[in-house]
Design a protein around this ligand. Structure first.
Ligand code: ATP
Ligand code: MG
Length: 351
């Protein structure tokens, strides 16, 4: 059956970097049909809302979605639910993508761009699996109020159900199976009930679904320290929404520029995944043709691997990006002077 990739270029540098990824896709997977729709500010300008019901329906019907970025100064003076970012949240919610994958690997040619010394990051290859739809960011009740004694307080609730922990744990175990087979689950089981629960559930799921995978546990604060001290000890890191948010940003900085970082958000098997660069719409450089297309191209790589089941095409992209960097191809954020198009050409030359 013919596979379809939906492009949602969005705003700012989004259209520039997704255009680059589209060129690569047409070369490595020419039979994948590519469609395009609007999200974010681009959708607000045309339809008055950051995500139309029709665009969401379309997203649900394809095999994978590649999103550029949303947002920009033009759309900040409106209510929160009418901002471009609400389009992205609506998409994540509508697709029920609960497992956020953030790789942190170091291309050999960029080792010296890391904030750590060469020997600590050379060969670094971590996959962080972050739960994306639950936990303290969504728990109820939450609020800011004044209590009976007139003291103001703010509160959130950290809640996980067993099925929520189970589904994201199974994704982490599955991913580890295709790598070196080690999952380190992160929590604060020492001070949080929800953390203790997380650890128990992960352990239970591992007993039934963990064939061939070694599971360990680490406290989140220790993990933050170890990520900086000796990051190569990790293979897959499994974390809840909050800790995954913090640790994936920290891990990202081990590997260099924000322009290099892809992400994937996966739902249940058979539903389309959402793939997007970690960076935002970068309004400061939008329209200049100088954005680094690698994060978008590597997001395409993840789409081919995780939603379109084309590991060979994904491998080709990884190898080509690595070779282009070895050959010295660099956009401005990496200290070079190549335009978005020239960087993409350099990668295509290496395919
Ligand atoms: P958001 O709120 O959407 O995350 P932001 O302003 O926090 O937006 P970015 O849009 O990612 O973050 O931009 C942060 C900085 O990184 C900016 O200076 C931007 O120019 C730069 N940057 C982001 N993406 C790229 C890229 N692909 N290539 C080069 N520079 C980039
Ligand atoms: Mg930001």
């Amino acid at each position: 059956m013919k596979q379809t990739l939906l492009l949602l270029p969005g705003d700012g540098i989004g259209p520039e970097v997704t255009a680059a990824a589209q060129r690569i896709c047409q070369l490595v997977a020419p039979d994948v049909a590519i469609e395009e729709d609007l999200v974010g500010g681009a959708s607000i300008d045309k339809h008055g809302v950051p995500l139309t019901a029709a665009a969401l329906d379309r997203a649900k019907s394809v095999d994978a979605i590649l999103l550029g970025a949303v947002g920009g100064p033009k759309w900040t003076d409106v209510a929160r639910d009418k901002r471009p970012e609400a389009g992205l949240l609506g998409l994540r919610k509508g697709l029920d993508v609960f497992a956020n994958l953030r790789p942190a690997y170091c291309f050999g040619a960029l080792v010296d761009a890391s904030s750590l010394k060469r020997d600590r990051v050379e060969g670094l290859d971590i996959m962080i699996v972050r739960e994306l739809t639950s936990g303290v960011y969504f728990g109820e009740p939450r609020g800011i109020e004044t209590d009976a004694n007139g003291v103001r307080r703010g509160f959130d609730m950290s809640v996980y159900t067993a099925p929520e922990v189970e589904r994201v744990t199974r994704v982490a175990l599955e991913i580890a199976r295709g790598r070196t087979g080690r999952v380190c689950s992160v929590d604060k089981a020492n001070v949080m009930e929800s953390g203790q629960f997380w650890r128990e559930e992960v352990t239970t799921v591992h007993k039934t679904h963990g064939d061939g995978v070694e599971l360990s546990h680490m406290l989140a604060d220790a993990c933050a320290m170890e990520l900086v001290r000796a990051p190569k000890q990790f293979d897959v890191i499994l974390a809840d929404n909050l800790f995954g948010d913090l640790l994936s940003d920290a891990a990202a900085m081990l590997t260099g520029s924000i322009g290099m970082l892809p992400s994937a958000s996966l739902g249940t098997e058979g539903t389309p995944g959402l793939f997007e660069p970690v960076h935002g719409s970068a309004p400061d450089i939008a329209g200049q043709g100088i954005a680094n297309p690698c994060a978008a191209i590597l997001s395409l790589e993840m789409a081919l691997r995780w939603s379109l089941a084309r590991p060979d095409a994904a491998d080709r992209i990884m190898a080509a990006v690595g070779r282009a960097l070895e050959a010295g191809a660099r956009t401005r954020d990496l200290g070079g002077d190549l335009s978005t198009t020239a960087m993409t050409d350099a990668i295509i030359d290496c395919l």
